[in-house]
Design a binder for this molecule. Structure first.
Ligand code: SF4
Length: 381
């Protein structure tokens, strides 16, 4: 097992576009940390694999009280064999980044911060109902570096109706001026049942324009290439040598264990997920039961996941790997489906390695879906 993910399901305020599992009432935080420690106790028994990455995500793990965070990480270190050079990432909200917190997180062994900036412009932050200000977004990066976190990543969102193309370029310029080695950029998507969806339906917020989003994705790719960043995954860019090791393991199909409500795990053949409810999670752990459901992936499922995640990365999909992992019939099927995308210049190939072109990246999900193996394809092989 390469990585551990811990989901801290609390936020001070809900951003209107968010569909991650989190709650705003923090009453249950101490009980939750205790329960996650118990889940680690139950699941770590007999596990001797070395842990290369730990990721504290959420939610907002940076709002957790220092003593509780200390208890949590201590439990992970006691229960697993954590590599000396493990990447340990904490997701942080700009408002929580203070000199005192930074020094404490460093002392705990956290060596990478992922900061949810989303935009350096107040209009966009207001549109998204983010809790922090544009000024805090800018200042927190400088403070983080000053207090020992050179290994930083930030998230930015494009396609926000208040963000025109010039604003987007300004955001990207601000990002490069801060000399941050890693960066994730996401298109704003309006998920069903989110407050953003309802506000747009009621005409209280401007709708998202798909064309604007696509145009801003093209601006992004061009800008980051010129700035010397590797576009190594559809939504991720880094300076050479600064890949997000934890996320790479997801994209490369390496097993990981997720703890806390709604956290997912993968052991190489089975995917499991914890219940998305604070009360149900706490009750289940108190009763010494794992609050999990799981599914065993078929060869078909694993091939589809390989194609979906592989195509999103700069390493693409390798024919030899497909044949080795899934068999010759899958490799033949893959190659037969890729011809049309190569002729349309949306995909390119070299040494039987298939990657998306920049134009292809705009249609990544559709192209991946076309290469998927559905049950009737298997029957006809
Ligand atoms: S801080 Fe993150 S997890 Fe919390 S509501 Fe906002 S986007 Fe969702």
């Amino acid at each position: 097992m390469a990585g551990i993910y811990i989901h801290i399901p609390y936020c001070r305020q809900k951003c209107n576009y968010c569909n991650f599992f989190s709650v705003v009432s923090t009453k249950s935080v101490p009980g939750m940390i205790n329960a996650i420690c118990n889940e680690i106790n139950i699941r770590s028994r007999g596990n001797s694999q070395t842990i290369e990455t730990i990721y504290l995500g959420g939610g907002t793990p940076s709002l957790i009280d220092h003593d509780l965070l200390n208890d949590l990480l201590k439990k992970v270190f006691e229960s697993y064999n954590v590599s000396n050079d493990a990447e340990i990432t904490l997701e942080a909200n700009p408002d929580d980044i203070t000199p005192e917190s930074l020094l404490f997180w460093r002392k705990l062994g956290i060596n990478r911060l992922s900061i949810g900036i989303q935009s350096f412009r107040q209009d966009d932050l207001n549109y998204l109902n983010r809790i922090h200000s544009a000024q805090t977004a800018f200042n927190c990066v400088k403070t983080a570096r000053q207090y020992g976190f050179p290994d930083l990543t930030i998230d930015l969102i494009y396609g926000i109706p208040t963000l025109n193309d010039n604003h987007w370029v300004e955001n990207l310029k601000t990002f490069t001026s801060l000399e941050i080695p890693h960066f994730s950029a996401y298109a704003l998507t309006v998920e069903p049942k989110t407050p953003l969806h309802q506000l747009i339906e009621k005409g209280k917020l401007k709708p998202v324009d798909e064309y604007q989003s696509s145009a801003q994705f093209e601006i992004l790719m061009d800008f980051m290439k010129k700035a010397g960043y590797l576009h190594y995954e559809i939504s991720n860019f880094c300076l050479p040598g600064h890949f997000a090791r934890h996320n790479l393991s997801y994209w490369k199909g390496i097993p990981y264990a997720g703890f806390g409500p709604s956290a997912h795990s993968f052991d190489g053949s089975t995917r499991s997920w914890n219940v998305s409810s604070v009360n149900d999670y706490l009750k289940s752990i108190t009763e010494n039961q794992l609050p999990q459901e799981s599914e065993v992936l078929s060869t078909n499922d694993k091939y589809n996941e390989y194609v979906m995640t592989g195509l999103r990365t700069m390493w693409g999909c390798k024919l030899t790997e497909i044949e080795l992992k899934f068999g010759k019939s899958f490799a033949d099927y893959f190659i037969s489906r890729t011809e049309q995308w190569i002729s349309a210049k949306l995909m390119s190939t070299s040494d039987f390695q298939f990657t998306l072109t920049d134009k292809g990246k705009l249609q990544a999900d559709g192209i991946a879906a076309d290469l998927f193996m559905v049950d009737q394809d298997v029957k006809s092989l």
